[in-house]
Design a protein around this ligand. Structure first.
Ligand code: WTA
Length: 664
């Protein structure tokens, strides 16, 4: 278990002695969707519990008769003989049931423009977009790349793909042209939906140039080329135009029919591919299919957020470029007929109270966000949210990284008025939907702990030999039974799928997180046990950033670590060895500063601004074991200004002194 201990912070011991407990109020418990009986039912029904949910949450075009087929493990098949359509479930079903006039989306643009979109409106737009895609030759099974800011069109684009059975692959708008290119190639997509740009921090930013650059740099040996780019006009900025492939979204929509017959697909038909960082340099295309994914996304959205579709106003602040945006902005809420808020921009534009102003304006009742945002607001001071009426809030959620008890307490007290349940939800791109979380009407919440697996989910904390650890013990978090929203593979790489998640332990899923069980059996997440960092709730691969640095002429070798950071959870810190002439140029402070800045910009360009190292340290050597593996643990000690730990397994034990000496 050395890995897990390596990742543990000193704050952990305080964390585990957390004794505060917040049971739900009687009123909340009495009206809650998920009750203790539901958990008992799940235990009794086994996998049939999920069949019950699949029938309750979704409309099936052809009802299924099989629940789980695990004979091709680790690739699961859920509800495999049923057929359905995701967009039909998100839209048509509500319209047919007379709920078409309900607001689906309150859109708030960063500059202050707003749009109210009903389920009727959304169905019309998605139908038009589906017709437009088909007119461009997109067929069931073809992959479509979506590279957009947070707009209504982003939701429309995803659902239009789903409507025709074309798996979408959303690439976060903050990723670079290079990151976009590699995803286009890997997914083999021939159509891209993008925008001229969007608004962030009070100014327009451009997206289309990155698309043009990605297309221009496609490797013709790997990819047949892009046939069409649909461009949403958001900012009206100048764009370079390629007549043979570029089309305005609004023009394509105008000429498209408002009626569209959805394509009903098999439950195991791919719904989307979403790329996420792994432990190697190459991002993994996580594959999700239709029936099981939608069942768990909708069920968890109903149970964990206690959604009452007629009265709640729900707001999840995640971008659609991440899994949270897929499951809890698009599929879960819309399948459940929710009314939700979508906000385009940053929390401090034009002032630091923007989020709370939005909560007040739309009377948001359920808010789902990330610890990094909560900690940022803590830093800005409670007088900011105090200026707004937040009494509409009745439930708060957290996701993306462990939430420290102080942040949890602040969230509940300052944002939740001291009375709302707070649900800390653990899950991953790979799990597709929430796996571990308190049930807001049942569980007595403990600040900082995600607590227990949801009904129907089997997780465990195990040691190196796959034995469950006793209460009070720590180990690896695993999922011991298949679950409906589980990933069905890594796009085009079955071996990597098996190797990454299923080789560590036999037949159980290795999540890559360390965890502890406290004396009550509650689960505490401790962060990654592999070379994946978590910066502001975004996953970044140390190896990917190292490869990017080494690709720069100045760099001979690089090692990247995630150093603890009060606001962002972790921050990227890079140690680099420079090549001859660059090393010479970096001898003085000015020369070193210039190279450090060049390298930071280089990483931002290659991967995206979120991957930009906070600090770059120029060092003469890197600490390596005799087998040549970089000992990141020691570098993390340096980056976090700690006494350097045990260095006896280094090939050359004087290296650490050399590094520390150089950094002064
Ligand atoms: C971390 C985001 C502690 C974890 C939905 C996981 C968390 C990775 C929590 C997945 C939480 C997510 N407590 N850690 N509540 N939620 N994580 O794929 O390390 O972007 O493996 O999915 O985030 O990140 P991903």
């Amino acid at each position: 278990m050395s890995n897990t201990t390596e990742n543990s912070s000193p704050a952990l011991s305080n964390l585990l002695s957390e004794a505060r407990s917040f049971p739900p109020s009687e009123e909340f418990a009495a009206q809650a969707n998920a009750t203790a009986a539901l958990a008992r039912e799940a235990d009794e029904r086994g996998e049939e519990f999920w069949a019950d949910q699949a029938r309750k949450m979704l409309s099936w075009h052809t009802p299924f008769t099989q629940t789980l087929d695990w004979s091709r493990a680790p690739v699961a098949r859920w509800f495999a003989d049923g057929t359905l359509n995701a967009a039909y479930n998100a839209l048509d079903r509500h319209v047919k049931a007379g709920r078409g006039k309900r607001v689906a989306i309150h859109f708030e643009g960063e500059p202050g423009d707003t749009r109210t979109v009903t389920y009727d409106d959304l169905l019309t737009e998605v139908s038009r977009a589906a017709n437009a895609l088909q007119a461009l030759g997109v067929q069931t099974g073809d992959r479509v790349i979506i590279y957009l800011p947070m707009l209504v069109e982003s939701v429309v684009a995803m659902l239009a793909c789903a409507r025709i059975g074309a798996p979408h692959s959303v690439v976060f708008g903050g990723f670079s042209a290079e990151a976009l290119r590699s995803r286009i190639e890997d997914a083999g997509a021939r159509v891209i939906i993008t925008a001229d740009g969007g608004y962030r921090r009070g100014a327009p930013f451009a997206l289309k140039p990155a698309v043009d650059e990605a297309i221009a740099t496609l490797n013709p040996d790997n990819h047949p080329g892009i046939s069409h780019v649909l461009v949403v006009q958001r900012t009206g900025q100048e764009v370079e135009w390629h007549d043979e492939r570029d089309l305005w979204w609004h023009e394509a929509m105008e000429s498209a029919d408002i009626r569209h017959e959805p394509t009903f697909v098999e439950a195991e038909h791919p719904l989307f591919i979403l790329y996420t960082s792994g432990t190697t340099g190459r991002p993994k295309g996580i594959l999700h299919t239709t029936g099981g994914y939608l069942t768990q996304a909708a069920f968890t959205h109903w149970a964990v957020f206690d959604l009452k579709a007629e009265t709640d106003v729900y707001w999840c602040t995640a971008d659609i470029g991440w899994i949270t945006g897929h499951s809890y902005v698009v599929y879960g809420p819309l399948i459940n007929g929710a009314t939700q808020v979508i906000y385009e921009g940053t929390p401090d534009t034009p002032h630091r109270g923007r989020w709370w102003e939005i909560v007040q304006k739309y009377k948001v009742s359920i808010l789902y966000t990330a610890p990094t945002a909560i900690r940022t607001y803590m830093k800005w001071g409670e007088e900011v949210p105090d200026q707004f009426d937040l009494t509409s809030l009745r439930l708060l959620g957290s996701v993306g990284e462990p939430i420290n008890p102080e942040a949890w307490m602040w969230y509940r007290r300052v944002i939740g008025g001291g009375s709302t349940p707070v649900v800390d939800t653990w899950w991953q791109t790979e799990t597709g939907a929430i796996m571990i979380s308190p049930l807001p009407g049942v569980t007595a919440a403990k600040p900082g702990s995600a607590q227990s697996p949801l009904p129907g989910i089997a997780v465990d904390v195990v040691d190196d030999d796959a034995n469950s650890v006793p209460a009070g013990g720590g180990g690896y978090l695993v999922v011991s039974k298949p679950w409906p929203a589980m990933l069905r593979g890594i796009w085009g790489d079955l071996d990597r799928f098996k190797e990454t998640y299923w080789s560590r332990f036999k037949n159980i899923y290795f999540a890559g997180d360390g965890a502890k069980r406290d004396d009550d059996g509650d689960i505490w997440l401790l962060g990654r046990v592999d070379d994946v960092m978590n910066v502001s709730g975004h996953r970044l691969s140390t190896t990917e950033i190292e490869s990017s640095l080494v690709a720069h002429d100045a760099v001979a070798e690089a090692a990247v670590v995630g150093a603890a950071d009060e606001t962002t959870g972790q921050a990227v810190v890079a140690f680099v060895i420079l090549r001859g002439e660059f090393a010479a140029a970096a001898q003085d402070d000015e020369g070193a500063a210039a190279i450090q800045e060049q390298l930071r910009t280089h990483v931002a360009r290659q991967i995206g601004p979120i991957a930009k190292p906070r600090r770059i340290l120029i060092v003469p050597e890197l600490p390596k074991t005799r087998s040549g593996k970089i000992m990141r643990r020691l570098l993390r000690d340096v980056a976090e200004n700690r006494t350097v730990g045990d260095a006896t397994t280094l090939a050359d034990s004087s290296v650490m002194a050399l590094i520390k000496g150089k950094l002064g």
